[in-house]
Design a protein around this ligand. Structure first.
Ligand SMILES: [Zn+2]
Length: 497
């Protein structure tokens, strides 16, 4: 028999009080964890490159030991912390790795500075704050002498930010299967669905071949590139152009550019200096470089940014370019990707009543001696499958290319709102925050995708500003404590009833 709501409220209040008593320890431990530089530098074969990951594991290990919790490593891959009993297991996967600090910080990114009732530093909210909350929530339950009916198992890994979860895969293979997983790398109240994640790579090989075309006064595009990675909206794109007769061609182009920018409300800078490309990734002699300025955003929310690659392609498509594979690529981007975010012109538009629309982000285009590569990041709901998406895109290309799926592709997940664990998480949310719970879909991708049944549960409310992956990342101490309480309520509901 589960406890009555009154008893449960009393137990929860006791736990919440304890959590507040531990506030300074929680903050101190988060600062310490932030100061361990666990920058994820990608995956090589079957291994993640993350210096200091062993140090971060040892930190969790010693913290768990101090708390009297069961702790053991999955050698070189992860650290496991457990409390409870029985074969029924609830997993709480957490990631200790972080993305690069990047520029524009006003505080040291790896110090865990406490300022304005916030803890600052890379990983404060994504995901080191939740890493600390998860273990303290377990500790207060254990200290309260509660009798668990299930086992709550925290899985700490260092491979999340690379998108290829080699360490989590090994951990899960070695561990007994759980019934459900709670992922605090999402948002509140309860995220019961995540869109699928698909990188489509278009590989064009023969771009350096001599361009065809008989009209001698055409403009030749000898380079086109932009963006940094597939899951970010590119804020820069470059094109190098060569004129047949600069005297007569340059002026009309500048005029066209001014009109285009005004109409589209964008910025395209024109550079004449031959030294513009310091790294000389464009070797050929060119007359001008066009630099489109966009606005960066997360790849799952392309409408929040302005795609510089698409803007530049749309402008170039208005010019009389000499025909080549490169000009075909530009045309494809201008006609089929455009500044659409939902894949209409690509023929892959899809909407799910609960999970929303498929989104497309052309995040990265490279142009090197070997050829050009386009990286499209697609987030798709249930109802459309990757092979169909690939085939439809291939049909739209209009040039010869190899099209393939990225290694980090993942299917969408969806757990029914009627699922008992989802219901209990909603109750836990109400218990911990006093707010009305509901279920939601997320466009992003979390560890939830590798579990049979899982849900996102925090760390932020939809109304709170997220600073993950940004300069001056922080978590308010209030939020950190609330999350610890929310997880304690979730452990109580899912593990002790
Ligand atoms: Zn994260």
């Amino acid at each position: 028999m589960p406890d009555s709501p009154q008893t449960q409220k009393k137990i929860f209040d006791h736990l919440a009080k304890k959590i507040h008593l531990y506030q300074s320890d929680i903050v101190k431990d988060l600062s310490k964890l932030i100061s361990i530089r666990t920058v994820n530098e990608g995956v090589k074969g079957d291994h993640v490159i993350c210096h200091n990951k062993e140090k971060a594991f040892r930190f969790i290990q010693s913290l768990a030991k101090k708390m009297g919790l069961l702790v053991y490593p999955i050698p070189k891959r992860g650290m496991i912390v457990e409390w409870g009993q029985g074969q029924n297991i609830i997993d709480v996967p957490c990631h200790l790795d972080v993305v690069q600090a990047g520029r524009d910080w006003t505080v040291a990114p790896f110090r865990g500075t406490v300022k304005n009732s916030r803890v600052y530093g890379r990983g404060a909210v994504d995901n080191k704050g939740p890493c600390i909350s998860a273990i303290y929530a377990l500790f207060v339950l254990k200290e309260a002498g509660l009798k668990p009916k299930k086992t709550i198992r925290l899985i700490y890994c260092c491979d999340e930010e690379s998108g290829i979860w080699v360490d989590m895969a090994v951990c899960l293979k070695k561990l007994q299967r759980s019934k459900f997983a709670i992922v605090q790398d999402s948002h509140f109240p309860v995220v019961n669905a995540e869109k699928g994640f698909l990188d489509v790579i278009v590989d064009v090989r023969d771009v350096s071949k001599k361009p065809k075309g008989h009209l001698q006064d055409l403009i030749e595009c000898i380079h086109f590139s932009g963006g940094l990675r597939s899951n970010m909206v590119p804020d820069r794109a470059f094109a190098c152009l060569k004129f047949r007769s600069p005297n007569t061609q340059e002026k009309p182009l500048l005029q066209k550019c001014i009109i285009f920018c005004r109409k589209q409300n964008v910025q395209i800078n024109i550079h004449r200096k031959k030294s513009f490309f310091k790294k000389s990734f464009c070797k050929g002699p060119y007359d001008i470089v066009l630099e489109a300025i966009g606005k960066s955003a997360h790849g799952s929310l392309p409408h929040e940014g302005r795609n510089a690659v698409c803007v530049l392609a749309m402008f170039l498509d208005q010019l009389a370019l000499k025909k080549s594979s490169r000009s075909s690529v530009v045309r494809f981007i201008a006609k089929c990707v455009k500044e659409e975010h939902y894949g209409q012109a690509l023929g892959i538009a899809k909407r799910h009543p609960k999970m929303g629309r498929l989104t497309v982000n052309l995040g990265h285009v490279t142009d090197e001696a070997k050829g050009m590569k386009l990286f499209l990041n697609i987030r798709y709901p249930k109802g459309i499958a990757p092979p169909v998406i690939l085939k439809k895109i291939k049909n739209k290309l209009g040039f010869r290319a190899k099209i393939s799926k990225g290694r980090n592709s993942m299917e969408p997940i969806w757990v029914s709102p009627k699922n008992p664990y989802i219901r209990k998480l909603k109750q836990a949310f109400r218990l911990a925050t006093g707010l009305t719970p509901y279920t939601a879909t997320m466009a992003g991708t979390t560890y939830a995708k590798v579990f049979k049944k899982a849900a996102g549960f925090g760390p932020l409310l939809p109304s709170e500003t997220g600073t993950a992956h940004m300069p001056d990342e922080y978590i308010p101490i209030k939020t950190l404590l609330r999350n610890t309480k929310a997880l304690a309520a979730a452990y109580l509901k899912l593990g002790c009833e």
